[in-house]
Design a protein around this ligand. Structure first.
Ligand code: G4P
Length: 536
Protein backbone atom coordinates (compact mmCIF):
# COMPACT_ATOMS: atom_id res chain seq x y z
CA UNK A 1 0.00 0.00 0.00
CA UNK A 2 1.34 3.43 -0.91
CA UNK A 3 2.25 6.06 1.68
CA UNK A 4 -0.54 8.28 0.41
CA UNK A 5 -3.08 5.54 0.86
CA UNK A 6 -1.89 4.87 4.44
CA UNK A 7 -1.94 8.59 5.14
CA UNK A 8 -5.51 8.78 3.92
CA UNK A 9 -6.47 6.02 6.36
CA UNK A 10 -4.56 7.69 9.18
CA UNK A 11 -6.11 11.10 8.58
CA UNK A 12 -9.62 9.74 8.95
CA UNK A 13 -8.95 7.84 12.15
CA UNK A 14 -9.51 8.91 15.75
CA UNK A 15 -8.70 6.65 18.71
CA UNK A 16 -9.93 7.69 22.13
CA UNK A 17 -11.11 6.48 25.54
CA UNK A 18 -13.76 7.81 27.87
CA UNK A 19 -12.47 8.50 31.36
CA UNK A 20 -15.05 8.88 34.09
CA UNK A 21 -16.14 7.98 37.58
CA UNK A 22 -18.63 5.09 37.81
CA UNK A 23 -22.21 6.21 37.13
CA UNK A 24 -21.28 9.35 35.22
CA UNK A 25 -22.82 7.70 32.16
CA UNK A 26 -19.98 6.04 30.25
CA UNK A 27 -22.05 3.01 29.19
CA UNK A 28 -24.99 5.20 28.22
CA UNK A 29 -22.70 7.48 26.24
CA UNK A 30 -21.03 4.53 24.51
CA UNK A 31 -24.43 3.38 23.45
CA UNK A 32 -25.42 6.88 22.32
CA UNK A 33 -22.26 7.06 20.19
CA UNK A 34 -23.07 3.66 18.67
CA UNK A 35 -26.56 4.97 17.89
CA UNK A 36 -25.21 8.07 16.15
CA UNK A 37 -22.82 5.90 14.17
CA UNK A 38 -25.82 3.77 13.13
CA UNK A 39 -24.28 0.66 14.67
CA UNK A 40 -27.50 0.14 16.58
CA UNK A 41 -30.89 1.44 15.58
CA UNK A 42 -32.23 2.05 19.05
CA UNK A 43 -30.67 2.90 22.39
CA UNK A 44 -31.76 1.21 25.59
CA UNK A 45 -33.72 -1.38 23.62
CA UNK A 46 -34.15 -3.26 26.84
CA UNK A 47 -34.32 -0.14 28.89
CA UNK A 48 -32.21 0.14 31.95
CA UNK A 49 -28.80 -1.01 32.97
CA UNK A 50 -29.37 -4.64 32.20
CA UNK A 51 -29.93 -3.83 28.56
CA UNK A 52 -27.02 -1.50 28.30
CA UNK A 53 -24.70 -3.93 29.88
CA UNK A 54 -24.78 -6.13 26.82
CA UNK A 55 -22.69 -3.54 24.98
CA UNK A 56 -19.81 -3.92 27.36
CA UNK A 57 -17.60 -6.86 28.04
CA UNK A 58 -18.77 -9.20 30.74
CA UNK A 59 -16.56 -12.15 31.35
CA UNK A 60 -16.25 -14.26 34.43
CA UNK A 61 -18.87 -14.92 37.03
CA UNK A 62 -17.35 -12.37 39.34
CA UNK A 63 -17.94 -9.66 36.84
CA UNK A 64 -21.50 -10.71 36.17
CA UNK A 65 -22.27 -10.80 39.86
CA UNK A 66 -20.99 -7.29 40.33
CA UNK A 67 -22.31 -6.00 37.07
CA UNK A 68 -19.07 -4.41 36.08
CA UNK A 69 -16.66 -4.60 33.26
CA UNK A 70 -13.31 -5.87 34.46
CA UNK A 71 -11.60 -5.87 31.12
CA UNK A 72 -11.10 -3.51 28.28
CA UNK A 73 -12.09 -3.89 24.69
CA UNK A 74 -12.42 -1.66 21.69
CA UNK A 75 -15.36 -0.52 19.63
CA UNK A 76 -14.85 0.66 16.08
CA UNK A 77 -17.40 2.58 14.09
CA UNK A 78 -17.53 4.87 11.13
CA UNK A 79 -18.99 8.33 11.35
CA UNK A 80 -19.73 10.95 8.75
CA UNK A 81 -19.81 14.44 10.22
CA UNK A 82 -22.55 16.79 9.03
CA UNK A 83 -19.97 19.22 7.69
CA UNK A 84 -17.90 16.64 5.77
CA UNK A 85 -17.45 16.80 2.06
CA UNK A 86 -17.14 13.59 0.10
CA UNK A 87 -13.35 13.53 0.08
CA UNK A 88 -12.79 12.94 3.79
CA UNK A 89 -15.85 10.97 4.86
CA UNK A 90 -16.47 8.73 6.66
CA UNK A 91 -14.22 8.84 9.69
CA UNK A 92 -13.22 5.67 11.54
CA UNK A 93 -13.53 6.05 15.29
CA UNK A 94 -11.93 3.62 17.75
CA UNK A 95 -13.34 3.82 21.24
CA UNK A 96 -11.14 1.90 23.64
CA UNK A 97 -13.07 0.87 26.72
CA UNK A 98 -11.59 1.52 30.16
CA UNK A 99 -12.63 -0.61 33.12
CA UNK A 100 -15.81 0.81 34.55
CA UNK A 101 -15.53 -0.02 38.21
CA UNK A 102 -14.38 2.20 41.02
CA UNK A 103 -11.33 0.10 41.69
CA UNK A 104 -8.23 0.88 39.79
CA UNK A 105 -6.05 -1.55 37.98
CA UNK A 106 -2.99 -1.44 35.82
CA UNK A 107 -5.20 -2.26 32.85
CA UNK A 108 -6.68 1.19 33.07
CA UNK A 109 -3.30 2.79 32.67
CA UNK A 110 -2.30 0.47 29.88
CA UNK A 111 -5.42 1.27 27.91
CA UNK A 112 -4.51 4.93 28.03
CA UNK A 113 -1.23 4.12 26.27
CA UNK A 114 -3.28 3.03 23.27
CA UNK A 115 -5.29 6.20 22.68
CA UNK A 116 -4.58 9.60 21.14
CA UNK A 117 -7.26 11.53 23.03
CA UNK A 118 -9.59 11.15 25.98
CA UNK A 119 -13.12 12.26 26.70
CA UNK A 120 -13.45 13.23 30.36
CA UNK A 121 -17.09 12.54 31.15
CA UNK A 122 -18.42 14.19 34.27
CA UNK A 123 -21.82 14.25 35.93
CA UNK A 124 -23.27 17.79 35.85
CA UNK A 125 -24.37 17.51 39.47
CA UNK A 126 -21.25 15.90 40.86
CA UNK A 127 -18.44 17.59 38.98
CA UNK A 128 -14.97 16.06 39.25
CA UNK A 129 -14.94 12.78 41.19
CA UNK A 130 -12.01 10.71 42.50
CA UNK A 131 -11.62 8.30 39.62
CA UNK A 132 -11.99 11.06 37.05
CA UNK A 133 -9.13 12.84 38.75
CA UNK A 134 -6.87 9.78 38.81
CA UNK A 135 -7.50 9.05 35.17
CA UNK A 136 -7.04 12.67 34.23
CA UNK A 137 -3.62 12.64 35.90
CA UNK A 138 -2.62 9.67 33.76
CA UNK A 139 -3.73 11.56 30.63
CA UNK A 140 -1.78 14.61 31.71
CA UNK A 141 1.31 12.51 32.43
CA UNK A 142 1.11 11.00 28.96
CA UNK A 143 0.27 14.25 27.22
CA UNK A 144 -3.09 12.98 25.99
CA UNK A 145 -5.40 15.86 25.02
CA UNK A 146 -8.75 15.84 26.81
CA UNK A 147 -12.24 16.83 25.65
CA UNK A 148 -14.55 17.57 28.59
CA UNK A 149 -18.13 16.35 28.47
CA UNK A 150 -20.61 17.49 31.11
CA UNK A 151 -23.25 14.78 31.05
CA UNK A 152 -26.76 14.49 32.54
CA UNK A 153 -27.58 18.10 31.66
CA UNK A 154 -31.22 17.00 31.62
CA UNK A 155 -31.02 16.72 35.39
CA UNK A 156 -30.52 19.43 38.02
CA UNK A 157 -26.85 20.20 38.52
CA UNK A 158 -24.29 22.95 38.77
CA UNK A 159 -24.09 25.94 36.46
CA UNK A 160 -21.67 25.92 33.52
CA UNK A 161 -19.52 28.57 35.17
CA UNK A 162 -19.31 26.63 38.43
CA UNK A 163 -18.18 23.54 36.55
CA UNK A 164 -15.66 25.51 34.53
CA UNK A 165 -14.24 27.05 37.70
CA UNK A 166 -14.02 23.70 39.43
CA UNK A 167 -12.07 22.13 36.59
CA UNK A 168 -9.83 25.13 36.26
CA UNK A 169 -9.08 25.37 39.95
CA UNK A 170 -8.70 21.70 40.80
CA UNK A 171 -6.74 20.40 37.84
CA UNK A 172 -5.47 23.51 36.15
CA UNK A 173 -7.16 22.67 32.86
CA UNK A 174 -8.92 25.54 31.10
CA UNK A 175 -12.28 24.47 29.69
CA UNK A 176 -13.18 26.16 26.40
CA UNK A 177 -16.87 25.44 25.79
CA UNK A 178 -17.63 24.90 22.12
CA UNK A 179 -21.32 25.31 22.90
CA UNK A 180 -23.19 26.85 25.78
CA UNK A 181 -26.31 25.03 26.94
CA UNK A 182 -29.59 26.82 26.51
CA UNK A 183 -31.58 26.08 29.64
CA UNK A 184 -30.12 25.36 33.05
CA UNK A 185 -29.18 21.83 34.17
CA UNK A 186 -32.50 20.04 34.43
CA UNK A 187 -34.03 22.08 31.60
CA UNK A 188 -31.87 21.14 28.61
CA UNK A 189 -33.39 22.73 25.51
CA UNK A 190 -30.47 23.00 23.17
CA UNK A 191 -27.05 24.49 22.52
CA UNK A 192 -25.74 27.86 21.49
CA UNK A 193 -23.01 27.14 18.95
CA UNK A 194 -20.35 29.63 20.02
CA UNK A 195 -18.64 29.65 16.66
CA UNK A 196 -21.68 30.36 14.50
CA UNK A 197 -23.84 32.11 17.10
CA UNK A 198 -26.70 29.86 16.05
CA UNK A 199 -29.06 27.81 18.17
CA UNK A 200 -29.40 24.02 17.95
CA UNK A 201 -32.68 22.99 19.50
CA UNK A 202 -33.10 19.31 20.40
CA UNK A 203 -36.35 17.41 20.20
CA UNK A 204 -36.96 14.57 22.60
CA UNK A 205 -37.64 11.10 21.25
CA UNK A 206 -39.66 8.43 23.06
CA UNK A 207 -37.50 6.99 25.86
CA UNK A 208 -34.44 8.68 24.34
CA UNK A 209 -34.18 5.67 22.07
CA UNK A 210 -33.46 7.51 18.83
CA UNK A 211 -31.10 10.22 17.63
CA UNK A 212 -32.62 13.49 18.85
CA UNK A 213 -33.78 15.59 15.87
CA UNK A 214 -32.12 19.02 15.74
CA UNK A 215 -33.77 22.27 14.70
CA UNK A 216 -31.33 24.98 13.65
CA UNK A 217 -32.27 28.58 14.34
CA UNK A 218 -30.60 31.95 14.05
CA UNK A 219 -30.20 34.21 17.09
CA UNK A 220 -33.48 36.10 16.57
CA UNK A 221 -35.54 32.95 16.25
CA UNK A 222 -33.78 31.49 19.29
CA UNK A 223 -34.47 34.62 21.36
CA UNK A 224 -38.10 34.49 20.40
CA UNK A 225 -38.43 30.85 21.22
CA UNK A 226 -36.32 30.50 24.35
CA UNK A 227 -36.49 34.01 25.83
CA UNK A 228 -34.43 34.39 29.01
CA UNK A 229 -32.72 31.04 28.60
CA UNK A 230 -31.26 32.22 25.30
CA UNK A 231 -30.24 35.58 26.74
CA UNK A 232 -28.47 33.82 29.62
CA UNK A 233 -26.62 31.53 27.21
CA UNK A 234 -25.55 34.54 25.10
CA UNK A 235 -24.24 36.31 28.18
CA UNK A 236 -22.32 33.27 29.30
CA UNK A 237 -20.79 32.88 25.87
CA UNK A 238 -19.74 36.55 25.78
CA UNK A 239 -18.23 36.27 29.25
CA UNK A 240 -16.20 33.23 28.20
CA UNK A 241 -14.96 35.11 25.14
CA UNK A 242 -13.90 38.02 27.36
CA UNK A 243 -12.01 35.59 29.59
CA UNK A 244 -10.29 34.20 26.51
CA UNK A 245 -11.89 30.80 26.94
CA UNK A 246 -12.26 30.03 23.26
CA UNK A 247 -10.96 26.90 21.63
CA UNK A 248 -7.30 27.03 20.68
CA UNK A 249 -6.06 23.93 18.89
CA UNK A 250 -2.43 24.30 19.93
CA UNK A 251 -3.28 24.75 23.59
CA UNK A 252 -5.68 21.81 23.42
CA UNK A 253 -3.01 19.53 21.95
CA UNK A 254 -0.57 20.75 24.60
CA UNK A 255 -3.02 19.68 27.31
CA UNK A 256 -3.64 23.22 28.56
CA UNK A 257 -7.22 23.72 27.42
CA UNK A 258 -10.12 21.37 26.92
CA UNK A 259 -13.03 21.84 24.52
CA UNK A 260 -16.19 21.43 26.58
CA UNK A 261 -19.55 20.00 25.55
CA UNK A 262 -22.79 19.60 27.48
CA UNK A 263 -24.72 16.41 26.85
CA UNK A 264 -27.51 14.16 27.92
CA UNK A 265 -26.38 10.70 26.91
CA UNK A 266 -29.80 9.45 27.98
CA UNK A 267 -31.73 11.78 25.66
CA UNK A 268 -29.02 11.72 22.97
CA UNK A 269 -28.59 15.49 23.21
CA UNK A 270 -25.15 16.85 22.34
CA UNK A 271 -23.81 13.47 21.24
CA UNK A 272 -23.44 14.44 17.60
CA UNK A 273 -21.58 17.56 18.75
CA UNK A 274 -19.18 15.35 20.70
CA UNK A 275 -18.50 13.18 17.65
CA UNK A 276 -17.96 16.28 15.52
CA UNK A 277 -15.49 17.64 18.08
CA UNK A 278 -13.58 14.36 18.09
CA UNK A 279 -13.33 14.39 14.33
CA UNK A 280 -12.43 18.06 14.13
CA UNK A 281 -10.03 18.44 17.04
CA UNK A 282 -8.74 15.09 18.37
CA UNK A 283 -5.37 14.27 16.80
CA UNK A 284 -5.11 11.47 14.25
CA UNK A 285 -2.71 8.60 15.03
CA UNK A 286 0.96 9.50 14.94
CA UNK A 287 4.21 7.54 14.84
CA UNK A 288 6.27 6.55 17.86
CA UNK A 289 9.89 6.60 18.87
CA UNK A 290 11.55 3.20 19.21
CA UNK A 291 13.96 2.12 21.97
CA UNK A 292 16.94 2.95 19.77
CA UNK A 293 15.69 6.49 19.30
CA UNK A 294 14.50 6.30 15.70
CA UNK A 295 10.99 7.32 14.72
CA UNK A 296 8.57 4.82 13.30
CA UNK A 297 6.30 6.94 11.12
CA UNK A 298 2.71 5.89 10.45
CA UNK A 299 3.58 5.26 6.80
CA UNK A 300 6.46 2.87 7.65
CA UNK A 301 5.93 -0.90 7.41
CA UNK A 302 3.60 -2.53 9.91
CA UNK A 303 4.31 -2.22 13.63
CA UNK A 304 2.06 -2.47 16.68
CA UNK A 305 2.17 -2.41 20.46
CA UNK A 306 0.40 -4.97 22.63
CA UNK A 307 -1.30 -2.99 25.41
CA UNK A 308 -3.47 -5.62 26.96
CA UNK A 309 -3.68 -9.38 27.32
CA UNK A 310 -6.88 -11.02 28.41
CA UNK A 311 -7.67 -14.61 29.09
CA UNK A 312 -10.49 -16.69 30.45
CA UNK A 313 -13.30 -14.80 28.80
CA UNK A 314 -16.75 -16.27 28.65
CA UNK A 315 -16.96 -20.00 28.31
CA UNK A 316 -17.89 -20.03 24.62
CA UNK A 317 -14.53 -18.45 23.75
CA UNK A 318 -12.10 -19.77 26.30
CA UNK A 319 -8.83 -18.54 24.94
CA UNK A 320 -6.32 -15.82 25.28
CA UNK A 321 -6.51 -12.51 23.48
CA UNK A 322 -3.79 -9.96 23.05
CA UNK A 323 -4.90 -6.48 21.99
CA UNK A 324 -2.53 -4.53 19.84
CA UNK A 325 -2.72 -0.94 18.78
CA UNK A 326 -1.34 -0.46 15.31
CA UNK A 327 1.40 2.16 15.15
CA UNK A 328 2.46 2.04 11.50
CA UNK A 329 1.64 0.48 8.16
CA UNK A 330 -1.14 -1.74 7.00
CA UNK A 331 -2.21 -4.85 8.87
CA UNK A 332 -3.57 -7.74 6.84
CA UNK A 333 -4.95 -10.77 8.57
CA UNK A 334 -2.78 -13.80 7.98
CA UNK A 335 0.45 -11.93 7.58
CA UNK A 336 3.39 -13.21 9.57
CA UNK A 337 4.95 -10.58 11.78
CA UNK A 338 7.93 -10.69 14.13
CA UNK A 339 7.62 -10.53 17.89
CA UNK A 340 10.37 -8.09 18.86
CA UNK A 341 10.86 -9.48 22.37
CA UNK A 342 11.64 -13.04 21.23
CA UNK A 343 12.55 -12.51 17.58
CA UNK A 344 10.08 -15.26 16.72
CA UNK A 345 7.55 -15.14 13.89
CA UNK A 346 3.93 -14.69 14.85
CA UNK A 347 1.08 -15.73 12.54
CA UNK A 348 -1.92 -13.42 12.63
CA UNK A 349 -4.50 -15.77 11.19
CA UNK A 350 -6.93 -15.14 14.01
CA UNK A 351 -7.30 -11.39 14.18
CA UNK A 352 -10.51 -10.10 15.62
CA UNK A 353 -12.29 -6.97 16.55
CA UNK A 354 -13.87 -7.60 19.90
CA UNK A 355 -16.48 -5.69 21.77
CA UNK A 356 -18.35 -7.46 24.50
CA UNK A 357 -19.34 -10.91 23.38
CA UNK A 358 -19.37 -10.02 19.73
CA UNK A 359 -16.36 -10.81 17.69
CA UNK A 360 -15.83 -10.19 14.05
CA UNK A 361 -12.87 -11.05 11.93
CA UNK A 362 -10.58 -8.19 10.98
CA UNK A 363 -9.02 -8.44 7.54
CA UNK A 364 -7.29 -5.10 7.32
CA UNK A 365 -6.41 -2.49 9.87
CA UNK A 366 -4.44 0.76 10.00
CA UNK A 367 -2.60 2.96 12.51
CA UNK A 368 -4.86 3.79 15.45
CA UNK A 369 -6.90 0.61 15.11
CA UNK A 370 -7.09 -1.99 17.85
CA UNK A 371 -6.99 -5.63 16.88
CA UNK A 372 -7.38 -8.64 19.14
CA UNK A 373 -5.10 -11.58 18.40
CA UNK A 374 -6.50 -14.92 19.49
CA UNK A 375 -4.33 -17.53 21.18
CA UNK A 376 -1.50 -15.10 21.56
CA UNK A 377 0.28 -17.14 24.22
CA UNK A 378 3.68 -15.52 23.81
CA UNK A 379 2.55 -11.90 23.88
CA UNK A 380 2.64 -9.64 26.95
CA UNK A 381 1.63 -6.02 27.47
CA UNK A 382 4.24 -3.65 26.09
CA UNK A 383 5.49 -6.09 23.44
CA UNK A 384 6.08 -4.97 19.88
CA UNK A 385 5.14 -6.75 16.66
CA UNK A 386 6.61 -5.63 13.37
CA UNK A 387 7.37 -6.34 9.75
CA UNK A 388 10.95 -5.57 8.71
CA UNK A 389 12.66 -3.24 9.29
CA UNK A 390 12.77 -4.05 12.97
CA UNK A 391 11.03 -1.85 15.51
CA UNK A 392 10.77 -2.13 19.24
CA UNK A 393 8.87 0.40 21.28
CA UNK A 394 9.72 1.27 24.88
CA UNK A 395 7.96 -0.88 27.50
CA UNK A 396 4.65 0.43 28.81
CA UNK A 397 6.19 0.49 32.24
CA UNK A 398 4.91 -0.80 35.50
CA UNK A 399 2.97 1.33 37.88
CA UNK A 400 3.43 2.22 41.51
CA UNK A 401 1.58 -0.52 43.39
CA UNK A 402 -0.24 0.36 46.58
CA UNK A 403 -1.66 -3.02 47.57
CA UNK A 404 0.41 -6.04 48.56
CA UNK A 405 -0.83 -9.54 49.36
CA UNK A 406 0.60 -13.02 49.59
CA UNK A 407 -1.09 -15.67 47.48
CA UNK A 408 -1.39 -19.14 48.97
CA UNK A 409 -2.65 -22.31 47.36
CA UNK A 410 -5.20 -24.29 49.38
CA UNK A 411 -5.84 -27.18 47.01
CA UNK A 412 -3.61 -30.07 48.02
CA UNK A 413 -1.34 -31.52 45.29
CA UNK A 414 -1.82 -28.53 43.00
CA UNK A 415 1.48 -26.87 43.63
CA UNK A 416 2.83 -27.35 40.13
CA UNK A 417 -0.31 -25.96 38.57
CA UNK A 418 -0.21 -23.08 41.01
CA UNK A 419 3.32 -22.11 39.99
CA UNK A 420 2.42 -22.29 36.35
CA UNK A 421 -0.63 -20.11 36.92
CA UNK A 422 1.37 -17.53 38.88
CA UNK A 423 3.90 -17.33 36.06
CA UNK A 424 1.14 -16.81 33.56
CA UNK A 425 -0.58 -14.02 35.53
CA UNK A 426 2.81 -12.41 35.94
CA UNK A 427 3.59 -12.60 32.22
CA UNK A 428 0.18 -11.18 31.35
CA UNK A 429 0.68 -8.35 33.80
CA UNK A 430 -2.47 -9.16 35.77
CA UNK A 431 -0.47 -8.34 38.89
CA UNK A 432 3.20 -7.74 39.59
CA UNK A 433 4.82 -10.75 41.26
CA UNK A 434 7.46 -10.19 43.93
CA UNK A 435 9.74 -12.78 45.47
CA UNK A 436 12.42 -13.04 48.13
CA UNK A 437 14.43 -15.90 49.64
CA UNK A 438 12.65 -15.74 52.95
CA UNK A 439 9.21 -16.40 51.54
CA UNK A 440 10.28 -18.76 48.78
CA UNK A 441 7.97 -19.72 45.94
CA UNK A 442 5.18 -21.24 47.99
CA UNK A 443 3.43 -17.95 48.60
CA UNK A 444 4.56 -15.28 46.18
CA UNK A 445 3.68 -11.69 46.93
CA UNK A 446 1.42 -9.89 44.53
CA UNK A 447 1.59 -6.13 44.09
CA UNK A 448 -1.29 -4.22 42.55
CA UNK A 449 -2.50 -0.74 41.84
CA UNK A 450 -6.04 -1.69 42.88
CA UNK A 451 -7.18 -4.60 45.07
CA UNK A 452 -9.55 -5.89 42.43
CA UNK A 453 -6.52 -7.22 40.57
CA UNK A 454 -6.21 -9.82 43.36
CA UNK A 455 -9.76 -10.97 42.85
CA UNK A 456 -9.10 -11.40 39.16
CA UNK A 457 -6.13 -13.63 40.05
CA UNK A 458 -8.05 -15.91 42.43
CA UNK A 459 -11.04 -16.15 40.09
CA UNK A 460 -8.83 -17.09 37.16
CA UNK A 461 -6.78 -19.53 39.25
CA UNK A 462 -9.98 -21.37 39.94
CA UNK A 463 -11.59 -21.07 36.49
CA UNK A 464 -8.57 -21.83 34.34
CA UNK A 465 -6.27 -23.91 36.52
CA UNK A 466 -8.74 -25.38 39.00
CA UNK A 467 -6.56 -24.19 41.85
CA UNK A 468 -8.06 -22.74 45.02
CA UNK A 469 -6.10 -19.86 46.48
CA UNK A 470 -6.42 -17.38 49.29
CA UNK A 471 -5.17 -13.83 49.31
CA UNK A 472 -3.50 -12.71 52.52
CA UNK A 473 -3.02 -8.96 52.76
CA UNK A 474 0.42 -7.93 53.97
CA UNK A 475 0.91 -4.92 56.14
CA UNK A 476 2.60 -2.83 53.46
CA UNK A 477 1.27 0.31 51.85
CA UNK A 478 4.00 1.63 49.60
CA UNK A 479 6.96 0.61 47.49
CA UNK A 480 10.23 2.20 46.51
CA UNK A 481 12.80 1.03 44.02
CA UNK A 482 16.19 0.30 45.55
CA UNK A 483 19.40 -1.50 44.57
CA UNK A 484 21.57 -4.39 45.71
CA UNK A 485 23.84 -2.27 47.86
CA UNK A 486 20.96 -0.71 49.81
CA UNK A 487 18.92 -3.91 50.13
CA UNK A 488 20.68 -5.55 53.14
CA UNK A 489 20.36 -2.43 55.33
CA UNK A 490 16.72 -1.96 54.35
CA UNK A 491 15.95 -5.58 55.14
CA UNK A 492 17.23 -5.03 58.69
CA UNK A 493 14.71 -2.22 59.28
CA UNK A 494 11.46 -2.81 61.07
CA UNK A 495 8.35 -2.47 58.83
CA UNK A 496 10.37 -2.99 55.65
CA UNK A 497 10.80 -5.99 53.37
CA UNK A 498 12.84 -6.25 50.19
CA UNK A 499 11.73 -8.18 47.10
CA UNK A 500 12.80 -8.78 43.54
CA UNK A 501 10.17 -8.24 40.87
CA UNK A 502 10.09 -10.55 37.87
CA UNK A 503 11.58 -7.84 35.63
CA UNK A 504 14.60 -7.74 37.95
CA UNK A 505 13.72 -4.52 39.77
CA UNK A 506 14.48 -4.57 43.51
CA UNK A 507 11.61 -3.14 45.52
CA UNK A 508 11.44 -2.26 49.19
CA UNK A 509 7.96 -2.33 50.75
CA UNK A 510 7.09 -0.08 53.67
CA UNK A 511 4.34 -0.40 56.24
CA UNK A 512 3.40 3.27 55.91
CA UNK A 513 4.71 6.61 54.77
CA UNK A 514 6.00 7.55 58.23
CA UNK A 515 8.21 4.49 58.28
CA UNK A 516 9.54 5.44 54.87
CA UNK A 517 10.14 9.05 55.92
CA UNK A 518 11.92 7.92 59.06
CA UNK A 519 14.27 5.63 57.13
CA UNK A 520 14.92 8.30 54.53
CA UNK A 521 15.92 10.66 57.33
CA UNK A 522 18.06 8.17 59.24
CA UNK A 523 19.73 6.61 56.19
CA UNK A 524 20.08 9.28 53.54
CA UNK A 525 22.64 7.11 51.74
CA UNK A 526 20.12 4.39 50.84
CA UNK A 527 18.61 4.41 47.36
CA UNK A 528 14.84 4.86 47.65
CA UNK A 529 13.40 5.89 44.34
CA UNK A 530 9.69 6.57 43.88
CA UNK A 531 8.08 4.34 41.25
CA UNK A 532 6.73 6.48 38.46
CA UNK A 533 3.25 6.08 37.14
CA UNK A 534 4.49 5.28 33.67
CA UNK A 535 7.76 4.78 31.86
CA UNK A 536 6.84 6.45 28.59
P1 G4P B 1 -21.32 4.27 33.92
O1 G4P B 1 -21.17 3.36 32.75
O2 G4P B 1 -20.48 5.50 33.82
O3 G4P B 1 -21.18 3.62 35.24
O4 G4P B 1 -22.81 4.87 33.92
P2 G4P B 1 -24.13 4.37 33.20
O5 G4P B 1 -24.08 4.67 31.75
O6 G4P B 1 -24.44 2.99 33.60
O7 G4P B 1 -25.15 5.39 33.85
C1 G4P B 1 -25.36 5.45 35.24
C2 G4P B 1 -26.77 5.96 35.52
O8 G4P B 1 -26.90 7.28 35.00
C3 G4P B 1 -27.84 5.14 34.84
O9 G4P B 1 -28.99 5.25 35.66
C4 G4P B 1 -28.08 5.92 33.56
O10 G4P B 1 -29.37 5.70 33.01
C5 G4P B 1 -27.95 7.33 34.06
N1 G4P B 1 -27.58 8.27 33.01
C6 G4P B 1 -26.55 8.19 32.14
N2 G4P B 1 -26.53 9.27 31.34
C7 G4P B 1 -27.55 10.05 31.72
C8 G4P B 1 -28.05 11.30 31.28
O11 G4P B 1 -27.54 11.94 30.37
N3 G4P B 1 -29.14 11.79 31.94
C9 G4P B 1 -29.73 11.13 32.98
N4 G4P B 1 -30.78 11.69 33.56
N5 G4P B 1 -29.29 9.95 33.41
C10 G4P B 1 -28.22 9.41 32.78
P3 G4P B 1 -29.52 4.08 36.57
O12 G4P B 1 -30.68 4.60 37.32
O13 G4P B 1 -28.40 3.51 37.36
O14 G4P B 1 -29.98 3.01 35.54
P4 G4P B 1 -31.22 3.09 34.55
O15 G4P B 1 -32.31 2.45 35.27
O16 G4P B 1 -31.50 4.51 34.22
O17 G4P B 1 -30.74 2.36 33.38
Amino acid sequence: MSSEAINREVKRRRTFAIISHPDAGKSTMTEALALHAHMISEAGAVHGKGGRRSTVSDWMEMEKARGISVTSTALQFSYTPGTADDSDAPFVINLVDTPGHSDFSEDTYRVLTAVDAAVMLIDAAKGLEPQTLKLFQVCRHRGIPVITVVNKWDRPGQTPLELIDEINERIGLIPTPLYVPVGIAGDYRGLLDRRTGRYIHFERTAGGAKIAPEILMDADEAAQREGDAWTAAREESDLLAELGQDHDQEMFLAGQTSPMIFTSAMLNFGVRQLLDALVEFAPPPHGRTTVDGTDREVTDPFSAVVFKVQAGMDSSHRDRLAYMRIVSGEFERGMVVTHAQTGKPFATKYAQAVFGRDRSTVDKAYPGDVVGLVNAIALAPGDTLFIDPRAQFPPIGSFAPEHFSALRVTTADKYKQFRKAVDQMDAEGVVQVLRNDLRGDASPVMAAVGPMQFEVVTARMKAEFNVDTVVEPLGYAMARRTDESSAPELDRQRGVEVFTRSDGAILALFSDKWRLQYIEREHPDLLLEPLVAAAD
